[in-house]
Each structure stands twice: as structure tokens, then as C-alpha cells.
Design a protein around this ligand. Structure first.
Ligand code: ADE
Length: 346
């Protein structure tokens, strides 16, 4: 399979994931209350306190920014926040809001206390972002008429709402935007034990039988990410039903995931291709991101969002000022000889 095919594969997987997310069965897998939410204990605790305090004072909740890799539950938490406050949530995303007018229209339809969830905040245009500042700070929008010398603006008041923003790239948000959030929290990769609980909870909802070791086997291959754990659970459930009496064990998981091209650490085709590119084309690195992206014929944003965070987390990748480097562990995992030892320069 060439780089282009694996690229298509990953895109298809993402598409299938998106379709599944929209199915009602997937929605049921998402926890609806903070008490049902597994993991992210510090984020959950600080949100619980903020929610209770806002309810006690009968005030809308402060604006919240959640950042971290995809699939860790940012959207789920936004929905839970709205449900816990007993208000409606309106969901949109940075690239969907093309003009200032689009944002003004959304904002002016919000009722008191409602939650506006904006995913991919880092993809908001500068113009739209500037409309957000007074909206977040003063619950008002400045509508501008005419241009140049005759430009006039008039301030329109909004109901007090709560903005929940999500981004995979907090570093790309401008400082003025970041500063307007009262609560900023980073979502972290889940521990295997936490993912095991997520898998068991989802299996119970889907009425699929699995033993303790089967849940752990799925958790170990889910790259610290509940969305991946739930996706793998579905694939393994299919395999178990067709090939193995319906019960998910470690052996069933191993066989099912071998077929899916998911290895023992949960790496997929694109993850392996990424490491192999650094190792085979660039002698293990350091190499710039754009060079890797060009070799793989892949968007650099996809690599930064979907591939690199977990490889960094498990110590397969180093990011240095000179570029990306594959580590000894990456070589071992791919069963390749290590990088050439550095020659002593002195
Ligand atoms: N399903 C997906 N993410 C979850 C989480 N964090 N807790 C419980 N169930 C989940």
C-alpha cells in the first residue's frame, strides 16, 4: 500500500467515525451527566464547582475553553455543561462561521444562560474573532454601518450566555481571545484503567459481552482516547459476533485488530508511515514537519492534530528546535535497527 492509499484509509475511517457519531446509538454512549463522566478528574472537578457556584448565584456560567487532542471528550463536556445547567446548547465551529453577520445572527438568538459551543476555535477568522470580544466581555455586539469616513457603529445588547470553546491548538488562539475565557482547561490522554471503564460502560450500553482482559486489551490499543476506544469496541463486537461466539476476550480483540491494521500500542497505518518516513527518508531526523507532510502527501495539520500528540506522549517522537526525531523506542516498536550513533565531534 502506498502513502496515498493509507491517506485515503485514514480519511475513510474518520468519515465512518463521523457517521457513527451521528447515529443515535453513538450518542447514547456519551455520558449525559458529570457524575457519569469517566476520567479528566481535575477538569470535571473544577467544572462541577463552577456549575454549582453559578447555580447558587443564579448566574450564567463563565466562558470555558477546553483544549487538547481530538476525541478526548471536549464536545461531550460542553453538552454535559448545558444539560447540568438545564439550558439549550447551540453547536457550531470556527470554519462554519464565515462572516461577522453569521456570528451576530447566532448570538442574537441566544436566550439567557444558554450555551454556545464553538468547536475548532483556532479556525475562526480574525474578523469574526473581533466580534466575539465585546460579546464575551460585555454581552453586546457592535454593528458597523458604511465604510471608511462615514463608518458608524451601534451597540446591540445580547442575553448573558456561556461560550464553550474547544480547540486542538490552544497555541494558535490569539492572547486577547484566550484571556476572555474565565475557565481554561487542558484535556489529557486517558489512562488504560480509565479507558477500560469507558469500554465496559459502552459494552453494557451496547449489550455486548466482554471479559476484564478483553476490556483492557481494547483500552491498551485506544491511544488514550475514548472516541477510539468506542470505535474499536464496535469493530471487535462485529468480529466477535461473526467469528467468535459474541464474547470479547483479549484473543478476540487481538485477531480483530490485526485485521484492522491496529497494532499492540494502538498505532494505525498513518502513525507507522509517519515514523517510517522519519526513519527511512530522513535517517531518524531531525526533520521539519513540512518535509514529512510532503513525503506522506498528508496535511501537516492532520499530523499535528491526529498523529503527533500520542507519539510524543508514548515517547516515540521528540520535537526539537531542529525538527522531529524518532526515538529509540520507535525503532524498537517497528523492530528496526536504531539510529546511527552520533559521531563524536571533538
Ligand atoms: N464515553 C466516551 N467518553 C466517555 C467518558 N469520558 N466517560 C464515560 N463514557 C464515555
Amino acid at each position: 500500500m502506498n502513502a496515498k492509499d493509507s491517506h485515503v484509509d485514514e480519511k475513510e475511517t474518520t468519515h465512518r467515525e463521523e457517521q457513527e457519531e451521528k447515529s443515535s446509538e453513538f450518542l447514547n454512549l456519551r455520558p449525559q451527566k458529570l457524575a457519569e463522566y469517566i476520567g479528566q478528574t481535575q477538569v470535571v472537578e473544577s467544572l462541577t464547582i463552577a456549575l454549582k457556584a453559578a447555580q447558587k448565584r443564579n448566574e450564567p456560567l463563565d466562558h470555558i475553553l477546553l483544549h487538547g487532542p481530538p476525541g478526548l471528550g471536549k464536545t461531550t463536556l460542553a453538552h454535559i455543561v448545558a444539560a447540568e445547567m438545564g439550558v439549550r446548547i447551540i453547536q457550531t465551529s470556527g470554519p462554519a462561521i464565515e462572516k461577522g453577520g453569521d456570528l451576530i445572527s447566532i448570538l442574537s438568538h441566544l436566550e439567557k444562560g444558554e450555551v454556545l459551543f464553538i468547536d475548532e476555535m483556532h479556525r475562526l477568522s480574525k474578523v469574526v474573532e473581533e466580534f466575539l470580544y465585546p460579546a464575551m466581555e460585555d454581552f453586546a455586539v457592535d454593528i458597523i454601518f458604511d465604510k471608511g469616513m462615514s463608518a458608524r457603529s451601534y451597540r446591540s445588547r445580547l442575553e448573558q450566555f456561556t461560550l464553550v470553546g474547544a480547540t486542538t491548538r490552544a497555541g494558535l488562539l490569539s492572547a486577547p481571545l484566550r484571556e476572555r475565557f474565565g475557565i481554561l482547561r487542558e484535556m489529557e490522554f486517558y489512562q488504560v484503567e480509565e479507558l477500560s471503564l469507558v469500554v465496559k460502560r459502552s459494552a453494557a450500553i451496547l449489550s455486548v459481552s466482554l471479559d476484564e482482559d478483553g476490556a483492557r486489551a481494547i483500552a491498551e490499543r485506544s491511544r488514550g482516547t475514548p472516541r477510539i476506544a468506542n470505535r474499536i469496541l464496535r469493530r471487535v463486537r462485529d468480529f466477535a459476533q461473526v467469528r467468535a461466539h459474541g464474547i470479547i476476550t483479549r484473543e478476540v480483540t487481538d485477531s480483530a485488530l490485526e485485521l484492522e491494521g491496529i497494532d499492540k500500542r494502538g498505532l494505525m497505518n498513518l502513525d507507522r508511515k509517519y515514523l517510517q518516513t522519519i526513519i527511512h527518508y530522513y535517517k531518524g531526523g531531525p526533520v521539519g514537519l513540512e518535509a514529512i507532510a510532503a513525503t506522506l502527501q498528508e496535511e501537516s495539520d492532520t499530523l499535528v492534530d491526529m498523529v503527533e500528540p500520542f507519539l510524543l506522549k508514548i515517547g516515540f517522537l521528540n520535537r526539537t528546535s531542529a525538527g522531529r526525531k524518532a526515538t529509540e523506542r520507535a525503532y524498537q516498536h517497528l523492530a528496526l535497527d536504531g539510529p546511527e550513533p552520533q559521531k563524536n565531534l571533538f
